[in-house]
Design a binder for this molecule. Structure first.
Ligand SMILES: O=C1O[C@H](COP(=O)(O)O)[C@@H](O)[C@H](O)[C@H]1O
Length: 241
């Protein structure tokens, strides 16, 4: 796959297919660079529409998937065989990309959101023994029509979380209510934070975030010393032109 010309932090491409291709190409470029330098690629994935983008795009890229460690930017506290489980949806990629199940760092099953968050933070810390705050190579983020990202929702107290790397939420306004999410100190420590989104129902929120700079969860994604990239189709970006 050819390297994208992403010279801007906000990239509006024609349609959904081009969102998929542009995103996949950026992942290919960054993963190969990180694997060459560090022999591992630590990536965090989100749920929602991103899952389909990756299912379509990742099988087309050239990278050493065996060197990937895959984390969840957020996860729903539900059984893995539930349609709401983000890991459950990514499982189909295991055979498509020749991954092993143990390359995914998943949440503990059958426990409360609080216990799942405490367990997840231990698992994350184990993978980043040298880092004061885990430094992900790349976090792939979605943005809901309300401006939420990960499981960080507008007006929620978790937006102010400064000490925990991973937090539990049990009152998510979007179902299911119980979730585990990375917090801003970790999100904004990543090397790359990449939003990928499509559709006219997101256009108003894109404007409120990228033009008006309204204080919404997705607006707070500002990686310190890292790179922020938005990839969207013309419908989502229609108020930016
Ligand atoms: O609930 C969630 O929603 C967001 C956004 O989803 P989308 O379908 O509007 O793209 C997603 O990024 C997050 O991981 C998920 O838990």
């Amino acid at each position: 796959m050819s390297v994208p010309t992403l010279d801007k932090s906000v990239n509006i491409v024609k349609n959904r297919d081009q969102v998929v291709t542009t995103l996949a190409s950026l992942i290919e470029q960054v993963s190969n660079d990180r694997i060459q330098k560090h022999s591992v690629f630590n990536i965090g994935v989100s749920g929602g529409s991103l899952v389909a983008f990756l299912k379509e795009g990742l099988p087309k890229i050239q990278t050493d998937f065996g060197k990937w460690r895959i984390f969840f930017c957020d996860e729903r506290v539900v059984p893995e065989d539930s349609p709401d489980s983000t890991y459950g949806q990514y499982k189909q990629l295991i055979s498509a990309l020749n991954l092993k199940e143990n390359q995914f760092v998943t949440i503990k099953q059958g426990v409360s959101a609080q216990e799942a968050a405490e367990d997840y933070v231990r698992k994350v810390a184990q993978q980043f023994p040298q880092d004061a705050i885990p430094k992900f190579d790349m976090l792939l983020l979605g943005m809901g029509p309300d401006g939420h990202t990960c499981s960080l929702f507008p007006g929620h107290k978790l937006l102010e979380e400064r000490s925990k790397w991973v937090a539990a939420i049990t009152d998510s306004p979007k179902p299911p209510p119980s979730r585990v999410t990375l917090t801003f100190p970790v999100i904004n420590n990543a090397l790359y934070c990449v939003f990928a989104l499509c559709g006219k129902e997101k256009a108003d929120m894109v404007k409120r975030i990228l033009v008006d700079g309204e204080d919404l969860p997705a607006t707070r994604v500002k990686p310190n010393g890292g790179t922020l990239v938005w990839i969207m189709d013309e419908e989502a970006g229609k108020y930016l032109k």
